[in-house]
Design a protein around this ligand. Sequence first.
Ligand code: HEC
Length: 309
Amino acid sequence: MSKRVQVASLSLFALALGAQAQAAAEPEKEVVEISVWSRVPKSGQPRGVRDKLQQVDLKSLPNETAELFDAQLGRKAKYTFVPIANLIEAHAPTATNDLALLHFYNGMIVPLPFRNAAVMTDLKPVIAIGNFEPLRKDNEGHLDVRPIHFAGNKVVVAKPTHPAIPEAIARDLNPWRHVDSLVGIEFVNDLAYYNQFQVNPGNQSAAAGFALVKQSCQFCHGARKEGAQFGWDFVEPIPAYSWRRKGTHLLYHIKYPRLEGEATGFMMPALRSISAVDAEYIWYWLKAVANEPMPPYAPKAAPRPKTKR
Ligand code: HEC
C-alpha cells in the first residue's frame, strides 16, 4: 500500500471519528525511514512518476544534537537532528527541480523552495529524531481535543513563517504548527507543479482564487488527489463548490470554523484575513477545478530564473 493511500485512509478514519476525536488515530509505527524521490514527467501519466526513489533511514545519517527554537512549540528544546539541507544534498535533485514537497503522515504537504538561500537560512529546517510527546494546541482558551501525534521524527523550523504565506495571513496560519511526522520528500519543478492547478488561465476569477489557495489552503487540501490530503480533497468524492454552494457559505467555513472547532478538533484554523471577495474567488476556482481537466505535470527543460519568493 502506498504512503499516500495510507495517509488518505488515516485521515478519513480521523474524520469518521468526528466528535469522539479524543481517541484520534495514532501513527502505528515509527517513521525513521522516509522516502525521497524526484518527480519526472511521463506521457500517459499526467501527474508524472517517481524517479530516483530512495528509502532513507534517518538513524543511519550523521546527526547533531543542539538546543533549537521550535516554531511548532513556540519555544526552545533540545533535539538530535538531521538538517534537511543534508538530505537534499545527498539526493542531488536535478537542476529542473527547485521545490521540495515535504509529505507528512497526516496528509499535509509543506513546500520548501530549497534553492532559495534566504528561506533556508530563515527556517533552518531539520528533522529531529526520537520520541515526542503528543502536541496539544491551545486555541483561544479551548484545548485541542485532537492533539498531534508524532512517530519517531518531527520537522523543526526556526520561524513560524512560510514563504508562500503573506504576513497578513501568517497571523492565523502557520502550517508548521499542524504537521506531524515526515514520511517523504519529493522534488518537483515549482512552476510545473502549480501549473497543474491552473485549470483555466482565461478564467480570471478562478486564477485569483488559486492564488489565494496557494497562500492559505495548499498545505492541507488538494484536488483530484493531487496535493495535500489532510483536509478534504476539493473535488473527490464531493466537489467542495457544490457542498459550499456559494462564496458566502465557503466564507463562513474558512473564516469561522472555530465555531465548530471543538467538535472537529480545530484541525482547520480560522483564517480571519479571508474577505468575502476572496472567498468568492476561491469558490470560482473550486468550481473550475471540479469541472475542467487539470493540466499535466510538464516542466520546461530549464527552470526560469526566479526573482521573488
Ligand atoms: C491546517 C490545515 C488546513 C488549512 C490551512 C485549510 N484547511 Fe480546510 N480543512 C482542514 C481539515 C483538517 C478539514 C476537515 C475537518 C475540519 O473541518 O476541521 C477541512 C475541511 C474543509 C472543507 C470541508 C468541510 C466543510 O465543512 O465544508 C472545506 C470546503 C475547506 N476545508 C476549505 C478550505 C479552504 C478554502 C482553505 C483555504 C482558504 C482551507 N480549507 C484551509 C484543514 C485545513
